[in-house]
Design a protein around this ligand. Structure first.
Ligand code: AP5
Length: 190
């Protein structure tokens, strides 16, 4: 099972990615979590990407590509994965299609479709307990949403044209959204 999750910040990629990983016993590869791990460890990559994460900008494609290509080539991903947050733009998708044959290997590209009002509500709720620097300021959250609209939304057409995009209504409880996803993935897992 190889699944890709696309959606706005706060649309539930991390939440649903973890549930998909548990249900199908595959690793959850989250580009954001991997990057935050590098920042916490103070690695060379972490030092390079931290300013982008704080501002809510996408980190440069070459940095993210080498990190994710290593993950996909590792033994942990040999039996499948749920990829959350990558690719984030068409350039990343095309590069991963060349280096990791990403599109040939995918069973589904799930688009978590959540109206902007609900996205803002969920991120506002999380910001009360979050230690993520990009959640703290309303202006940074708004910037992340603009980056999503400008850079990531065109990816939807990229996968729609290939007949791979499956929109998932992301409104409702965590369990309701998980059940919609399971209905799609159980069909493609036969
Ligand atoms: P990333 O970590 O990918 O963050 P994001 O896209 O901003 O998404 P979030 O983690 O905020 O939200 P989510 O969709 O995972 O939703 P969640 O499940 O948490 O990226 C962070 C940064 O890393 C980027 O800004 C960029 O700098 C960099 N980056 C990452 N990938 C990159 C790439 N490929 N290229 C370049 N740069 C990259 O849910 C949100 C909240 O809602 C939570 O509190 C959750 O508990 C709650 N919630 C979830 N589902 C429900 C529900 N059904 N009902 C009610 N509440 C819910």
């Amino acid at each position: 099972m190889r699944v890709l999750l696309i959606g706005a910040p706060g649309s539930g990629k991390g939440t649903q990615g973890a549930l998909i990983a548990e249900r199908y016993r595959i690793p959850h590869i989250s580009s954001g979590q991997l990057l935050r791990g590098h920042v916490e460890r103070g690695s060379e990559l972490g030092l390079a990407v931290e300013p982008y994460l704080i501002r809510g900008d996408l980190v440069p494609d070459d940095l993210i590509l080498s990190m994710i290509t290593d993950e996909l080539a590792g033994p942990g991903a040999a039996g499948g994965y749920v990829l959350d947050g990558f690719p984030r733009n068409v350039t990343q998708a095309e590069a991963a299609e060349k280096t990791a044959e990403l599109d040939d290997r995918l069973d589904a590209v799930l688009f978590l479709d959540l109206p902007p009002r609900e996205v803002l509500d969920r991120l506002a709720e999380r910001s009360r307990q979050s230690d993520r620097p990009d959640d703290r300021k309303e202006a940074t959250v708004q910037h992340r949403l603009r980056v999503y609209e400008d850079r990531t939304r065109p990816l939807l057409d990229h996968y729609r044209r290939r007949g791979m995009l499956v929109p998932i209504d992301a409104v409702g409880s965590v369990d309701e959204v998980a059940a919609r996803i399971a209905a799609v993935l159980d069909r493609s897992d036969r």
